[in-house]
Design a protein around this ligand. Structure first.
Ligand code: ES4
Ligand code: ZN
Length: 319
């Protein structure tokens, strides 16, 4: 039972949190046939590449700032309803451009959703702008420049998501330099689809305070020690990892091993309905599949607050 515990989430892709019923309604509203990607209330994909394709198709039925406000408020209110006090949402202004909405209107809609949710439940939220590797370094640099110049107090971080097998981290160093110079928090998807080398590359090139997933670092004991020594926080998404077959089952998942080795870990849901999970379920898994006590789960949550890309006054209020 984890329903009484305070919760935070650092790693959730906004469009990846879209409830299938809402996506279905959006598809009808825009006369879009989404049946290849959403059937019987379930998103349809079979491997990482087809998941990314499904994710992009689902994102395309969210078209206006109002659509984005609704999506954001809906997700944040679901989180608040299970005791979540803080959420970081991974967002893609580049997607706003691609669908013709524009990056500014995309972000404005999301910020409106954050305001609505905060007014209703008190939940705090911040945005991590992401570039998508599979759209190439130029677009990722453009995303970093957008985040750096946005001058929006809710945009506090920069991330790199998408197809991890595309290029090497060094191809994206310039984007992270731009984000770092602007004072944004840095995190990067690594060690999810690719092995330990992807995590050590990320540490060498990006020097992030957090890593998205990072779980395949477990393949290299020296690297695990390096993560512990650096205090790098892993945004671990166990349900996502099992759905994408990064590990065959929870018994083989290294979350507990990381924690016991002194690596700082948090838990998140990543793209919850795509992976048949939710933040509620991730907390339940922490107890039931990983055997963490309430005290240990509270330590995961506290690590999340310590690692949040948020101003110190807000952090203190969350602790
Ligand atoms: C993602 Cl699980 C995952 N990995 C990489 N990129 C993503 N975008 C949305 N979900
Ligand atoms: Zn992710």
């Amino acid at each position: 039972m984890t329903s009484h515990l305070k919760k935070v989430e650092l790693h959730c892709h906004l469009e990846g949190a879209a409830p299938p019923a809402l996506t279905e309604a959006q598809a009808q509203k825009y006369n879009t046939d989404i049946s290849a990607y959403l059937r019987d209330g379930t998103y349809v994909w079979h491997d990482f590449a087809s998941f990314l394709e499904c994710y992009d198709k689902v994102s395309e039925v969210y078209k206006t700032d109002e659509d984005y406000a609704l999506l954001t408020e809906t997700y944040l209110q679901e989180l608040a309803g299970i005791g979540t006090i803080y959420s970081e949402l991974i967002v893609s202004p580049d997607h706003g451009d691609r669908i013709g909405l524009g990056a500014d209107a995309y972000i404005a809609g999301i910020c409106e959703g954050i305001r609505q949710a905060k007014a209703k439940s008190g939940i705090e939220a911040r945005l991590i702008v992401t570039g998508e590797r599979h759209f190439g370094p130029e677009r990722v640099i453009a995303a970093a420049k957008y985040a750096a110049k946005a001058d929006n107090p809710l945009i506090t971080g920069f991330n790199l998501a998408g197809e991890e097998r595309m290029g090497r981290v060094a191809d994206y160093a310039q984007a992270f330099d731009i984000a770092r110079d602007a004072g944004l928090g840095l995190t990067i998807h690594a060690g999810e689809v690719c092995g330990a080398f992807s995590v050590s590359d990320a540490l060498d090139v990006v020097r992030p305070s957090r890593i998205g997933h990072g779980v395949r670092a477990i393949e290299d004991a020296d690297l695990v020690r390096r993560l512990a020594d650096l205090g790098t926080v892993l945004e671990v998404c166990p349900g996502s990892n099992i759905a994408l077959n990064v590990f065959p089952d929870f018994a083989s998942h290294p979350l507990r091993k990381f924690k016991e080795t002194g690596v700082r870990v948090t838990i998140s849901s990543d793209d919850p309905p795509f992976f048949h999970t939710s933040l509620k379920r991730e907390y339940e898994l922490a107890a039931d599949a990983f055997g963490f006590s309430d005290k240990e789960i509270n330590e995961l949550t506290r690590t999340g607050i310590e690692a949040a890309f948020v101003d110190e006054k807000t952090r203190m209020a969350l602790l």
